[in-house]
Design a binder for this molecule. Structure first.
Ligand code: Z5A
Length: 207
């Protein structure tokens, strides 16, 4: 029964809004769920998240950013994700390695081989059973995220950065259809949730 499910997309597409809905669907189908997030999910991971998303304008080298994402992930896998899966629980994670391919690979234009090397080192064979990418045009995501709060270090990037992030997500879904799917998140929330439910059925996560 244990499944590893991740939710992805550019900022403001509705990950937070859909996470609880997915948890409810999973629990109704008998999954015992652990909900977590990246970067974060452990005390070290949350401390790294604070550094990664600080409101500072100080530059961080793209390699340092990449390595910190994977440092947080190594801790998260060892302390939370692997133990939960071993215990038969379903892990529902707000972002995971596909975010690294999209943001550090697409957005920062880092060499994808660096990312896949770290992925293999830190995760071994482990990949999510299903990754749902909530996809919407950058203008929609940014408008929804809007004036919610002061933008963090990554949210301060220009639209072109997020266009590359979105394109990288679409590319991941096209290349890995067996475990990564897109949902049209530009629609109303009820419509998005219906699409999400259909994907969970299609990928045999719920019946
Ligand atoms: N990051 C990275 O670079 N590399 C990595 O490897 C990892 C992460 C793991 C983490 O931010 C940052 O870390 C992220 C990528 C980077 N940086 N950026 N940008 P995060 O995931 O914690 O936060 P976020 O991406 O900025 O998410 P968000 O802004 O909180 O957005 P969201 O959770 O997707 O959206 P929401 O809060 O559910 O919805 C936003 C608003 O839209 C809200 O008012 C909703 O009520 C509304 N909404 C939601 N859905 C709809 C629909 N369908 N219609 C209308 N309105 C809607």
């Amino acid at each position: 029964m244990a499944k590893f499910i991740t939710l992805e997309g550019i900022e403001g597409v509705g990950k937070t809004s859909n996470l609880l809905y997915i948890k409810e669907l999973l629990e109704t189908s008998g999954h015992d769920c652990v909900v977590t997030r990246e970067p974060g999910g452990t005390s070290l991971g949350e401390a790294l998240r604070g550094l990664l998303l600080s409101h500072s304008d100080e530059n961080m080298s793209p390699d340092a950013e990449l390595l910190m994402m994977f440092a947080a992930r190594a801790e998260h896998l060892s302390k939370v994700i692997q133990p939960a899966l071993t215990d038969g629980k379903t892990v529902l994670c707000d972002r995971f390695t596909e975010a690294t391919y999209a943001y550090q690979g697409g957005g920062r234009q880092l060499d994808v081989d660096k990312i896949s090397g770290l992925e293999t080192w830190v995760q071994g064979e482990l990949r999510p059973d299903l990754t749902i990418i909530l996809d919407a045009p950058v203008e929609i995501g940014r408008a929804r995220a809007g004036s919610r709060s002061e933008p963090d270090r990554i949210e301060k990037e220009q639209d072109e950065f997020f266009q590359r992030v979105r394109a990288a997500y679409i590319d991941l879904a096209e290349k890995n259809p067996q475990r990564i799917c897109l949902v049209d998140a530009s629609k109303e929330l009820a419509d998005v949730q219906q699409q999400v439910q259909q994907k969970l059925v299609e990928y045999n996560i719920i019946s």
